[in-house]
Design a protein around this ligand. Structure first.
Ligand code: PEP
Ligand code: MG
Length: 305
């Protein structure tokens, strides 16, 4: 079975009816790049940049970040590398951020909220990302979005960063910029958000946590946790549809994307990309290649939604 899977390593992920569905890998460290290449990923769908901050005693400099992002982009040689801006806070703490203790960290000061309240940290990362994007196919992804106003603030900061790079005479690329859909608010206004960004990637781990009001870390709630909850699946479908109406692509980078029971559903929904841990990649690619996404589409949608 393992040998059979290996035959999918150099295949493109195309359904029996000819729809290209990109199979990307999630990574949390440059060390994972070897696994990405070994499993024939068509790109990196989620590069969790937090490790740079968590493994450091203080804020990583622009130069340190630039070197890492550049290396990943060059290693992937033109394949898309989606780098998520820092998603620190909640379960991921770095002392030097000196974040106050909170009653509800998952709903507290984290991710984009830190970036927008401390723009100097955000700008350092953005400068590194824009510079590195001149060396490969980097896309930037913003986590934990809940509103249009956050997008407007991000755009303003990005414009400042580009103006500063121009003024310094530093070259930079033109990365795609997208957002994670991982809050019920974002899924609900995905029609509006889709007009403002280049792509969506659905973070089903947090989307499930916030939709079901179940702490993703709390195992004593397992009995109440339904990974296939219809509320979450409907939000995913709504998000995909709203993305397509606005002419942008939509993927999934949360754990659910690697759930082979749901591959038929995601294909019926018209998903454009699935980003999974490297060890799951070939299993998911094989399923995509062996499925006709147009056959029984209405039936499948009805069965799950
Ligand atoms: C998610 O929330 O689904 C996700 C991909 O991000 P993380 O697991 O890093 O929160
Ligand atoms: Mg998340």
């Amino acid at each position: 079975k393992k040998e059979l899977l290996q035959t999918f390593k150099n295949k493109e992920s195309i359904t029996l009816d000819g729809k290209r569905v990109l199979t990307y890998a999630n990574i949390g460290n440059v060390k994972d790049l070897a696994l990405v290449l070994q499993n024939g990923a068509e790109g990196i769908g989620l590069f969790r940049s937090e490790f740079l901050y968590l493994e450091s005693e203080t804020y990583p400099t622009e130069e340190e970040q630039f070197e890492v992002y550049k290396k990943v982009a060059e290693t992937m040689a033109g394949k898309r590398v989606i780098i998520r801006t820092l998603d620190i806070g909640a379960d991921k703490q770095a002392d030097y951020f000196e974040l106050a203790k909170e009653e509800n960290p998952a709903m507290g000061v984290r991710a984009i909220r830190i970036c927008l309240t401390r723009p100097e940290i955000f700008k350092t990362q953005l400068r590194a990302l824009f510079r590195a994007s001149a060396y490969g196919n980097i896309a930037i992804m913003y986590p934990m979005i809940t509103s249009l106003s956050e997008i407007a603030q991000i755009k303003e900061i990005v414009e400042e960063v580009k103006a500063e790079l121009d003024a310094d005479g530093v070259p930079y690329g033109t990365p795609e910029q997208g957002i994670m859909i991982e809050t019920p608010a974002a899924a609900t206004i995905s029609d509006l958000l889709a007009k403002e960004v280049d792509f969506f990637s659905i973070g089903t781990n947090d989307l499930t946590q916030y939709t079901l009001a179940i702490d993703r870390q709390n195992q004593s709630l397992d009995a109440f946790f339904d990974a296939h909850h219809i509320a979450v699946l409907r939000m995913i479908y709504q998000t995909v549809q709203n993305a397509h109406k606005a002419g942008i692509w939509c993927g999934i980078c949360g754990e659910l994307g690697a759930d082979s029971d749901l591959t038929e559903l995601f294909l019926a929904m018209g998903i454009d990309e699935l980003s999974v841990s490297p060890g799951r990649l070939l299993t998911i690619r094989r399923l995509i290649c062996e499925t006709d996404s147009s056959a029984n589409k209405e039936e499948i949608l009805k069965k799950w939604l």
